[in-house]
Design a protein around this ligand. Sequence first.
Ligand code: NAD
Length: 297
Amino acid sequence: MNIAFIGIGNMGGPMAINLQKAGHTVKAFDLSQAACDAVKAEGVTVAASANDAAKDAEVVVSMLPASAHVEALYLGKDGQPGLLDVLPAGALIIDSSTIAAASAQKVGAAATAKGFAFIDAPVSGGTAGAAAGTLTFMVGGDDAALERARPLLEKMGANIFHAGSVGAGQTAKICNNMLLGILMIGTSEAMALGLANGLDPKALAEIMRRSSGGNWALEKYNPVPGVMETTPASKGYAGGFGTDLMLKDLGLAQENAMHVRASTPLGAMARSLYAAHSLSGKGGLDFSSIIQMLQKA
Ligand code: NAD
């Protein structure tokens, strides 16, 4: 299949490479030259623009930071055409970015009005899951569009859940990430308390991982440098899932909670703590660096 892949950063890069390795012809585009160079080294063709990548694509996958990027990509901006103006008839659109459900619905409605198929398919599993092809996809859209997408999603992920109609994937994703933000702060708080008491971080991590405090952060993503070799914490909090992206997701959860009048006190606190962490200049570091707020420098 001819696939256009737009946004080949920490997540999109390895996802695009997995599609190329599966035998598809992937044309990618990213504003970052470094991101383009990284996929080019793995055999992915780099296009001169998003519209150039998409003009002969049967499928587009987008993996961009936030709602505004996704809306501009598909709908166009400042009088410039968007992908919906250049895609071949009947193309399938898979947006895997984490964005507002309302944005997914806006782009989805515009896409289907022009005869394209659209699903929102945000992911969970981190950069390690993207590289290993074991992501979890949370899909919003109709059955037919999901079944068209499924063979491609299976090359990038291990679990595919159909959450409901367009936007439902995004709603499931922000519920998950609100919980993840809360769990990362809680895990950081507990690790920092243990360290302040002189406990060995590896021993404490293992005790809690196998006890009732066990959670995904302790299993796969310990925030303390050196506890797990391959985590962002052990690489100076580089790569991974940026603090500013977590802040965006916690903000989406709060906007949604206000809309449906839900009570999310821990989600609100988590958003506020991540905002303070970002304001202290740590927005570009992996989100597990939140532990730095809770420890002596
Ligand atoms: P990233 O910042 O590493 O990558 C985003 C890429 O989009 C960047 O390379 C940037 O240059 C590019 N970009 C921005 N605007 C563009 C445009 N107009 N055209 C082309 N390229 C453009 O972010 P990421 O970590 O890969 O995250 C991407 C999305 O996936 C976000 O919505 C994030 O919330 C979500 N997500 C991330 C993780 C993770 O662990 N990193 C996990 C699940 C979901």
